[in-house]
Design a protein around this ligand. Structure first.
Ligand code: F6R
Length: 606
């Protein structure tokens, strides 16, 4: 994952920038760069590979400026070569960027037509040229940045310095985190407080839509509308910790809010964003020859497999068996030689999942895994590891790991569909485009938590809560019920909406909230019929949908609005509302959200 640092210092900053970048190494990167202002001019050094290459370069070609920005890049748009490393610059501005600018192609085409000289394949470079255009039209840096931000779509964090302005840095946050560190006559910025730990423990976190004008004397923070806002400056414990909660009350809240960023990074790892194609590592199997894929995992990771079953079957016409690992390992299932088995695990240490993997190895299956901890046992024992780039997940209830797992599985399903001749170039581009838009839709959902806080009051009084969904929304209903159970301790169950009348309908009365996950897709009308059965029995309907609630003909007690998205990506987007329902209900009920009773983060026993 990309890392951003910036320093308005008292002396030369290049070394400080590199030191700060070293603290962001844990995110992973493939090139690095710094830029500083010397006698008002921007000087830049960049190098492929590890930070020591940049350090060596700086020894030979030092930078002496006292204000500067630095970056570690994890390749997204364009190969990991020096020309694509950040900072990107013109004579007037240098920019470092974390995230994805979704509309960079249109912006680039326009800028190229106007004669802007591009020197990289990145999406970032459009930002430098857009700002330059505004500066050359006579605007000052603050106005130029404000104007430019209005053109950018996507999830990103930015830091910028400007020719002739030694005491100025402008930063912005839209979906990717950014922290500001307050020193004594010096100021710092970083992707997280860990980067800032050697400089200061006084840290403020920007919120989505914020942008800040920083000088050595202080910071002016503005929101999306340009209004001046205050963000609390708090003492960071990052020096002693690998991770901290930032401005959030719980790790779970932070991890829910990190999803636009980490899903973006995971997508960038598995997609060729410039060509709207999937781009996976070499796999030890040819999907066109696979007759059956076996998926197994536990808990939330199992639900990501369950979603993937729908994806592989629908988009790759590949039959899939999906199993809870604790059942799979003892089923003694006969497996065709040369078949494929895939295991999903955040920790990579879950005992049942590992045992299932070993069973499949013994059955001579190709073993693939999707894990968040790359040094884990499951990763080590797999033929191919497809990492989720979620970063450390501390909250016991899995959130960002789940959506990152879904992200990897979605990319893999497209790759399988291509290999099996089901997905042609046009459809691939359509599906990839839908995936690329997911971080933005996630950020939209996370912008307003009020409906979830309000709903928490009534849910907390319920005896039972039902979740209903069809298609890929069925596993999301199961995940929603699991999340609510594990952190609020309320009894909740998820059902396939069509199953309602085969039993669970007996539970429905005016005291039972029924949370209906119903994107406006080809199954929407069917789900509405099931909602009507609930309404007829006075169940309280909470609708999670992009549809107009009046179109259902039912009394909807609470509407949780979700942006309209491509049907392929609905599980990725609808995962967030169910996480937020659980989170706010648990907070309202006063439970230990990050460490719910009886639960462990890594389940290494049966
Ligand atoms: C639920 C949750 C668990 C895990 C399960 C598997 O929020 O976190 O259900 O998903 O214990 O863990 P991993 O993914 O580490 O194998």
């Amino acid at each position: 994952m990309c890392g951003i640092v910036g320093v308005l210092g008292k002396g030369p900053v290049a070394e400080l920038l590199v030191d700060a970048l070293k603290r962001l190494e844990y995110r992973g990167y493939d090139s690095a760069g710094v830029a500083t202002l010397e006698n008002g001019q921007i000087g830049r050094r960049r190098a492929e590979g590890k930070l020591r290459n940049l350090e060596e370069l700086l020894k030979v070609e030092p930078l002496h400026g006292t204000s500067g920005i630095g970056h570690t890049r994890w390749a997204t748009h364009g190969k990991p070569v020096e020309a694509n490393a950040h900072p990107h610059m013109t004579d007037d501005v240098a920019v470092v960027h974390n995230g994805i600018i979704e509309n960079f192609r249109e912006l680039k085409a326009q800028l190229v037509a106007e004669g802007a000289p591009f020197s990289s394949d990145t999406d970032t470079e459009v930002i430098a040229h857009l700002i330059t255009r505004e500066l050359r039209a006579g605007k000052d840096p603050v106005a130029a940045v404000y104007q430019t931000l209005a053109h950018l779509q996507g999830a990103f964090a930015l830091a910028m310095i400007f020719r002739g302005y030694d005491d100025l840095m402008i930063v912005a946050r839209q979906g990717s985190p950014l922290a500001i560190g307050y020193g004594d006559g010096e100021m710092f910025v970083g992707s997280d407080a860990i980067a800032l730990a050697p400089f200061t423990d006084q840290v403020a976190y920007l919120e989505d839509g914020d942008w800040a004008v920083i000088t050595r004397e202080g910071v002016a923070i503005h929101d999306r509308q340009g209004q001046s806002v205050e963000r609390p400056v708090a003492k960071s414990l990052a020096a002693g910790l690998v991770v901290d909660k930032g401005n959030y009350r719980h790790f779970m809240a932070k991890e829910i809010h990190e999803q636009p960023e980490v899903v973006g990074h995971t997508l960038a790892h598995y997609l060729d964003l410039a060509n709207y194609q999937v781009s996976l590592p070499d796999l030890p199997l040819d999907f066109s020859q696979v007759t059956r894929l076996s998926l197994s995992a536990c808990g939330t990771a199992f639900y990501s497999c369950f979603v993937a079953k729908y994806w592989f079957e629908r988009w790759a016409k590949l039959p899939v068996d999906v199993d809870i690992a604790s059942e799979f390992r003892y089923r003694e299932i006969a497996m065709d030689q040369g078949g494929a088995a895939l295991f999903v695990s955040q920790s990579g240490e879950t005992a049942d999942t590992l045992a299932s993997l070993r069973y499949c190895r013994d059955q001579r299956q190709h073993v693939l895994s999707v894990v968040n901890v790359q040094e884990s046992s499951i990763a080590r024992e797999s033929d191919v590891v497809l990492p989720t780039l979620g970063g450390p997940e501390i909250g016991v209830a899995s959130t960002k790991a789940f959506t990152c797992q879904l992200t990897v599985l979605a990319c893999l399903a497209i790759a399988a569909g291509k290999a099996r001749g089901v997905i042609g170039p046009e459809l691939e581009a359509e599906l990839v485009k839908a995936l690329v838009e997911v971080p933005r839709h996630m950020a939209t959902i996370l912008r307003d938590e009020t409906p979830y806080e309000t709903l928490a009051h009534s849910l907390s009084k319920a005896r039972d809560v039902l979740y209903l969904g069809r298609g890929t929304s069925y596993p999301i209903a199961l995940e929603g019920a699991l999340k609510l159970k594990e952190i609020s301790y309320l009894h909740a169950e998820g059902y396939a909406a069509g199953e309602l009348k085969h039993g669970p309908i007996a539970l429905i009365d005016e005291g039972v909230p029924v949370i209906v996950i119903a994107p406006r897709d080809n199954l929407f009308d069917k789900t509405v019929s099931n909602m009507q059965e609930v309404a007829a029995r006075e169940g309280k309907i909470i609708l999670v949908s992009d549809a107009d609630p009046t179109s259902t003909g039912c009394a909807v007690q609470t509407m949780l609005r979700v942006p309209t998205v491509h049907p392929f990506v609905t599980p990725l987007v609808y995962a967030l509302p169910v996480q937020m329902i659980a989170y706010h209900t648990a907070v309202f009920m006063g439970t230990d959200v990050d460490q719910p009773r009886n639960l462990a983060k890594s389940v290494t026993v049966e």
